[in-house]
Design a binder for this molecule. Structure first.
Ligand code: NAD
Length: 289
């Protein structure tokens, strides 16, 4: 039976550490980190994510400001808001909840955010820094996965890792972080041949695909660590249920360690957003981490 990597517990510890450091920033420098969360439209999942982020910010002692814009907001109006937030010295982090309505250009919106306030780590300057092994703000989901892996294994040097998925948000930054930790990394995707065989070679499998229960027991080397990033809603016995990209029930008996869905990567992502907001505030105030 696999060790369960408890994202709820690890994220609660991380959030506690962040809140202690936020308090120190307030006491020693008179600064409260500020996070602006921008939500365009009424996507139900996005509304839940935003609510959870605002809640966690309060828990960490971070001041959050929510900007809710209608689904027909123009690119110019969104740019104007981002420009205002970029110049607001009380806002240290800006998060624009994705996906945006189809008429808005996500790349342009991300590029408009001040890289020092880019707490999602999606700005090309931050993704470039990560690819080059330089410091910068790192995307929250892969950062959360790394914290869980490091708690599980300590040093990851020399381990083989397969990342399934090559998005800018999860797959690519995840692979860059694993490479930085001296893993031998393979990035697999929708065109990868013999995906099950590729995964079966790995000490670590990260599934970031968005296909319910795609990864089954025959994809996993016995004893491997499996991190399930996927969040997929399925109908089971007439009820809506959230499952990952990993078929937990078949993989868990043979894996060495595994994250559940829910309660795995999800809460780590939000805790890392708070960690990044604190880091962004420190960077802007030139206070070392
Ligand atoms: P995406 O759609 O941008 O990318 C999916 C990737 O999977 C693509 O690179 C594609 O090549 C690959 N892919 C698609 N079908 C495949 C297949 N059959 N075999 C192999 N590869 C395949 O998605 P994303 O934004 O990277 O998110 C991936 C999943 O992670 C989604 O379920 C999303 O909801 C979830 N997610 C969770 C969190 C969290 O906090 N837990 C955060 C971000 C994303």
């Amino acid at each position: 039976m696999a060790k369960l990597i408890n994202g709820k517990q690890i994220s609660a510890q991380l959030l506690e550490q962040v809140s202690v450091q936020v308090q120190q920033l307030k006491d020693n420098h008179g600064v409260t980190p500020g996070l602006a969360v921008v939500l365009v439209g009424e996507d139900p999942a996005s509304q839940v994510y935003v609510r959870n982020k605002i809640h966690s910010a309060a828990e960490a002692g971070i001041r959050s400001v929510e900007h809710r814009l209608s689904a027909d907001t123009s690119q110019a109006a969104l740019d104007e808001l981002i420009d205002k937030l970029n110049r607001d010295s009380e806002i240290h982090g800006i998060l624009v909840q994705l996906p945006l309505p189809a008429h808005l250009n996500e790349d342009d919106v991300i590029a408009a955010i001040d890289p020092l306030k880019d707490v999602d780590g999606f700005h090309p300057l931050n993704s470039g820094a990560l690819a080059a092994g330089q410091s910068g703000l790192v995307p929250c989901t892969p950062l959360g996965c790394m914290i869980m892996l490091q708690q599980t294994h300590g040093d990851l040097s020399g381990m083989t890792a397969v990342v399934i998925g090559r998005s800018n948000i999860v797959g690519k930054p995840m692979a860059a972080l694993l490479l930085q930790a001296n893993c031998t990394v393979t990035i697999a995707h929708s065109r990868t041949r013999d995906l099950a065989d590729v995964c079966r070679q790995a000490d670590i499998v990260i599934a970031a695909v968005g296909r319910a229960q795609l990864v089954t027991e025959d994809w996993i080397m016995p004893g491997a660590t499996v991190i399930d990033v996927g969040i997929n809603a399925i109908e089971l016995d007439g009820r809506r249920k959230l499952v990952g990209d990993v078929d937990f029930n078949s993989v868990e008996p043979i894996a060495g360690a595994i994250t559940p869905v829910p309660g795995g990567v999800g809460p780590m992502t939000i805790a890392c957003l708070m960690k990044n907001t604190l880091s962004a505030a420190r960077m802007q105030l030139s206070i070392p981490d």
